[in-house]
Design a protein around this ligand. Structure first.
Ligand code: HEC
Length: 460
């Protein structure tokens, strides 16, 4: 009895001490998604364009750049740039500039929204608001502005040093000065790739409601060689998304267009150490002729029908399967072995009709567990996504104990003859306790599908 208690104590201390090294046998972060997933057939994206062979001169046409997701991640944003510098006969169709003026009045606290389209190729957007000068010198006649982009973000107009109504609690109130007579928001650069419906929001904070407010929206387009557009939709596995560039063939001849896509790939790995977001830039080019006819190639379906399933990936799945089956077989082996006392033994003996058959079943199930364990280890060493050391500490201890069980079990007769049955039994039971305890810790600490258990035990 004493030895057994001592054993349990040592085991408990061992578990607590051992939790330290377990952290060391975890996943190591890598630089890119491909470092872990390339062997599994991961590609960030595949780029396609409208497959023109020939386009007629002088006619406006849409040229689509399509981002295809061939793997299992999500593409959460793509910034697409089309470059026509190697296509002298081809230009972007230039939308007309916008120059719109408006005059209106607003009551205190009221606002008005002026929406306008921004298309690909805009080089600048200028939104201007003019109100009557604030003669109070302390913001008693104040109109504020804000420009909303299609993606839901916004840019506030210049600060007029007057307390604004959305000042957060605890923020320091700016010094009191006259409100601005003119507020202007100018947008240039990459922000213009956010094409679609833009909104200029004008709000009267204070001041006489009958005073006129004047606004002016200007959108400028220039002829350029390169155009960029943001693809806002998330592209799921096997999905695709396109942006459209309006182009026009000007001169006959062969042209090559080049394009690039900056994208963000995403997958929520739960609490295993792998970064969930990765950025990548992909390039491509397409050639066609500017002539008389419209001729398009037939390229078949753009979206791959199935994700690539290959051996490295199967190995990961089967590695998990063997682990789970093994885990579920352990209680069966324990019951067949009579681990739960005298009653357990008698009960099973009655079902299988003899003690000898019970032990045979115990042996069979135990050796299946050993076989599954070795397969489990081999599969996880072979598959690329998990670091080789993941699970080594607890899984390794567990495997050693299992091998010990197999040896004491397999050589029961000769061993028992040498050291006596009581000692043999104690040895076998001690190993079983170590095996089950380390196995449970291995599953909970290392198992991808045990995050609920880790959360419950506050392990991570
Ligand atoms: C350190 C290695 C590592 C890195 C880096 C990594 N992953 Fe993973 N990834 C894993 C492991 C391990 C799994 C399996 C566990 C799981 O399903 O969560 C996995 C699973 C996945 C899966 C699910 C695959 C399936 O079989 O369903 C996707 C999709 C994925 N990762 C995408 C990404 C993306 C996108 C990136 C880059 C932002 C990335 N991974 C970076 C290790 C990594």
């Amino acid at each position: 009895m004493r030895t057994r208690r001592a054993l349990l104590l040592i085991l408990t201390i061992g578990l607590i001490v051992g939790l330290g090294p377990a952290a060391w046998s975890q996943q190591v972060p890598r630089a890119t998604c491909l470092d872990c997933h390339e062997e599994e057939g991961m590609e960030y994206a595949v780029l396609r364009t409208t497959p023109y062979i020939e386009i007629p001169t002088g006619e406006p046409l849409d040229l689509d750049v399509t981002v295809v997701n061939p793997w299992l991640h999500e593409i959460t944003s793509s910034f697409v740039t089309l470059n026509l510098s190697q296509a002298p006969g081809l230009t972007f169709e230039k939308p007309d500039d916008i120059n719109e003026e408006d005059e209106f009045t607003l009551g205190v606290g009221e606002s008005t929204n002026i929406t306008f389209p921004v298309e690909a190729g805009a080089t600048a957007v200028v939104a201007t608001m003019e109100q009557t000068p604030d003669e109070s010198d302390r913001g008693l006649n104040d109109v504020d502005t804000r420009l909303w982009f299609p993606d839901g973000t916004s840019r506030e107009g210049p600060q007029d040093g007057v307390r604004s109504p959305d000042l957060q609690e605890g923020e320091i109130e700016p010094t009191i000065e006259p409100a601005l007579t003119v507020e202007q928001i100018i947008i240039e650069g990459d922000r213009l790739a956010d094409t679609g419906e833009w909104t200029f929001e004008v709000t009267r904070q204070t001041g006489p409601p009958q005073d006129p407010i004047n606004t002016r929206i200007q959108v400028f387009y220039n002829t350029t060689d390169t155009l960029s557009q943001t693809l806002r939709d998330t592209i799921g596995p096997q999905g695709s998304g396109s942006v459209t560039f309006p182009v026009q063939g000007q001169e006959r001849g062969d042209v090559t267009i080049t394009y690039s896509v900056e994208l963000t790939a995403f997958y929520d790995h739960g609490d295993i150490t792998a970064q969930d977001e990765g950025n990548e830039t992909l390039d491509g080019s397409t050639s066609f002729t500017i002539g008389d006819e419209l001729e398009t190639d037939d390229v078949g379906p753009v979206i791959p029908e199935q994700p690539p399933v290959n051996w490295p990936m199967n190995a990961r799945a089967w590695g998990e399967v063997t682990g789970f089956i093994g885990l579920f077989l352990v209680p069966i082996a324990l019951i067949l072995g009579g681990a739960f006392g005298r009653r357990n033994v008698l009960w099973v003996n009655k079902i299988v009709e003899s003690a000898r058959v019970r032990v045979l079943w115990h042996n069979a199930v135990s050796f299946i567990i050993l076989f599954l364990t070795l397969l489990h280890i081999a599969l996880f060493l072979y598959e690329p996504a998990f670091e080789w050391s993941v699970g080594m500490v607890w899984g390794g201890l567990s495997t050693l104990a299992l091998i010990g069980l197999a040896l004491t079990g397999g050589f029961q007769r000769s061993l028992a003859r040498k050291i006596g049955y009581a000692k043999w039994r104690l040895l076998h039971i001690a190993m079983a306790i170590i095996f089950v305890a380390t196995l449970l810790v291995h599953a909970i600490v290392d198992g991808v599908h045990f995050d609920w258990a880790r959360a419950w035990l506050r392990f991570s």
